[in-house]
Ligand binder design. Structure first.
Ligand code: UD1
Length: 311
């Protein structure tokens, strides 16, 4: 019986994919994670149902036997964060580009059925119009954006040259339970959640008018499962957002409303490499993959806040 592999499966998004696979009745799931930013606690209640392998995608010899014969690899392992890739570009280059190449090489050598890749909306950079559509010329503004874009191109080339089935999903600012707020590089909504629960001021870089298509993690996990099964999509790229456009000021206002508090944000200088606006056109993902995001921003924020409250 062939198995599923989730690289970065102990991370915030990877562990949500693991849960979605288990909910669908998957029997064998191998999680590959070096626990650099992931944590076994993210897999707590499902730990007994998965084969956890502490292993690094930078090491081909380690991962090749683990992926051999897999039905699908969900490739989530990465060093995320735009500012981290600017402060410390070598590790993010190595994991995000060389690690991705290793995963593809191991997939091809091991006759894997399909690779579904976690690409990033940051690849678009600042576009003249919104929402962003897949045909638009990429304009990466940071090492991270470029690294994730190289991964997409590699997916496409492994499909066309080696006949490996690949699909790339450009994620749009994923948030939800288990996103770690413990680092300055953490996703902004996890930092906002921590601030509102601790009654402290968040810092907003710039004037807070920048907007994001914040996408709830369970919607992204569901999309991954659809991308794993959709016919005739090899080598293609899809937006994995939900079509929304929320400014940081609006997000902070909503959290204050949900908590019933008034805490003015602190404003700092804009961040290097930052994209101003980001919003997905979901037409292609809906048409080809059956993408159907279920969570409105407010509903996702309520659920996420509830989770942080219990931590
Ligand atoms: C980018 C990608 C996203 C990717 C993520 C990986 C874009 C549009 N999106 O997210 O697809 O998954 O990298 O890390 O490029 N901010 C504050 N205060 C804070 C922290 C952040 O104001 O304390 C601001 C940032 O300046 C930015 C926004 O919040 O404008 C979102 O930042 P962040 O959550 O780090 O994600 P992106 O860089 O947008």
């Amino acid at each position: 019986m062939s198995h599923y592999v989730v690289t970065g499966g102990a991370g915030f998004i990877g562990s949500a994919i693991v849960r979605a696979l288990l909910a669908e009745g998957a029997r064998r799931i191998v999680v590959i994670d070096n626990l650099l930013s992931g944590s076994e606690s993210n897999l707590e209640e499902v730990r007994g149902a998965v084969d956890f392998q502490k292993s690094d995608i930078r090491n081909y010899d380690e991962i090749a036997p683990l992926v051999r014969g897999a039905a699908v690899i969900f490739h989530e392992a990465a060093i995320p964060s735009v500012p981290r890739s600017i402060d410390d570009p070598v590790p993010s280059h190595d994991v995000n580009i060389n690690g991705t190449f290793n995963v593809l090489r191991a997939a091809r050598d091991g006759n894997v059925g399909r690779v579904v890749y976690a690409a990033s909306s940051s690849a678009y950079g600042d576009t003249e119009v919104l929402p962003k559509q897949e045909w638009m010329t990429p304009r990466p503004k940071s090492p991270y954006a470029l690294q994730k874009l190289v991964g997409e191109y590699y997916m496409n080339v492994f499909s066309s040259v080696f006949g490996l089935e690949t699909v790339a999903l450009r994620y749009f600012n994923v948030y939800g339970p288990r996103q770690d707020p413990g680092s300055p590089y953490s996703g902004v909504l996890s930092l906002f959640m921590k601030a509102v629960l601790e009654r402290t001021q968040p810092t907003i870089f710039g004037d807070g008018s920048q907007s994001r298509d914040f996408t709830y993690v369970e919607d992204v996990a569901a999309l991954n499962l659809k991308a794993a099964r959709a016919p005739n999509v090899s080598g293609k790229l899809y937006n994995g957002g939900n079509g929304g456009c929320i400014t940081l000021n609006q997000a902070w206002a909503l959290l204050q409303k949900l908590e019933g508090v008034e805490i003015p944000a602190r404003y700092g200088p804009p961040r290097a490499g930052d994209v101003h606006d980001s919003q997905a056109d979901t037409t292609l993902a809906v048409r080809d993959l059956g993408h159907a995001p279920r969570f409105s921003f407010e509903e996702g924020m309520r659920r996420t806040l509830e989770w942080y409250r219990t931590q």
